[in-house]
Ligand binder design. Structure first.
Ligand SMILES: Nc1ncnc2c1ncn2[C@@H]1O[C@H](COP(=O)(O)OP(=O)(O)OP(=O)(O)O)[C@@H](O)[C@H]1O
Ligand SMILES: [Mg+2]
Length: 239
């Protein structure tokens, strides 16, 4: 883990206006790693991802990406550097087609061939999107929109993917498709930081994890250890 840290967050305090949500959070992700951040509703998981993505301004601490400080950069700059944040809210353009939404995700790329290549890859990951490429995003089902949001997040060829609750509200089959897609990305050496409600599944697929409660990291370690941890088993796995 020590070698080639892609994301290194140290002593991060963050929140909204006077409301502090994150307290002294330190978390790192090495190049090629698949890491998760789990915790109860309201713990601050999305706030953490948004702070890294430049959508929430940190109050204190450091956020380094590939050795460069990004904690004061705006979201579009951070995206151009190779961080893609796939939010819970999805933020799709409802009046645009699937294909147009994907094209918007490639705003950082000038090379037309690369854009086509990325789109082909997204269609390969989610064949359902290919069938619906001309459909308006606003008329898609919840699961389809989720896939589209993930697909759009991939269009910028990110080196770090921040994924917020990709399986929330999805039927088992669609959830499986989403996890399969993340797995394929992992094979392609995309580095992934995953926030998920489905703690069992998440700890099975990731390499390392952090547990965030009330804005503080309370546990961290190998996912195989966390799955055995008594607190994790009681609080998250219902065992
Ligand atoms: N824009 C905002 N303005 C003010 N408070 C906010 C804002 N967004 C989130 N919060 C508050 O920050 C705290 C952490 O929220 P956050 O969305 O980060 O939690 P979370 O761990 O992602 O929860 P969930 O599992 O429900 O998605 C909550 O108390 C929430 O009400
Ligand atoms: Mg959240």
């Amino acid at each position: 883990m020590e070698n080639q840290l892609l994301l290194q967050v140290e002593n991060l305090d963050s929140g909204y206006g006077f409301l502090q949500v994150l307290w002294n959070v330190s978390l790192s992700v090495a190049k090629g790693e698949y890491v998760c951040l789990v915790g109860p509703n309201g713990a601050g998981k999305s706030t953490f991802l948004k702070s890294v993505a430049g959508l929430v301004s940190p109050m204190a601490g450091r956020i380094d990406f590939s050795g460069n400080s990004i904690s004061r950069l705006p979201g579009d700059k951070i995206c151009r550097m190779g961080i893609s944040y796939i939010s819970e809210e999805l933020n799709l353009f409802a009046g645009m087609t699937v294909q147009e939404n994907l094209a918007m995700g490639a705003f950082t790329i000038n090379d037309k061939r690369k854009i086509v290549e990325n789109q082909d890859f997204v269609f390969e990951l989610f064949p359902a999107l290919k069938e619906r490429r001309r459909q308006l995003a606003g008329t898609m089902s919840g699961g389809e929109r989720k896939m589209l949001a993930i697909g759009r997040g991939l269009m910028s060829t990110p080196s770090l993917l921040l994924v917020d609750e990709p399986s929330l509200g999805l039927a088992p089959q669609t959830t499986a498709a989403v996890f399969r897609a993340l797995d394929t990305l992992k094979q392609k050496e995309v580095t992934i930081l995953l926030v998920e409600q489905n703690v069992t599944k998440t700890l099975q697929v990731t390499e390392r994890g952090y547990v965030l409660e009330k804005g503080k990291i309370v546990l961290a370690g190998a996912s195989t250890d966390l799955i055995q941890n008594e607190h994790v088993r009681k609080a998250y796995l219902g065992i």
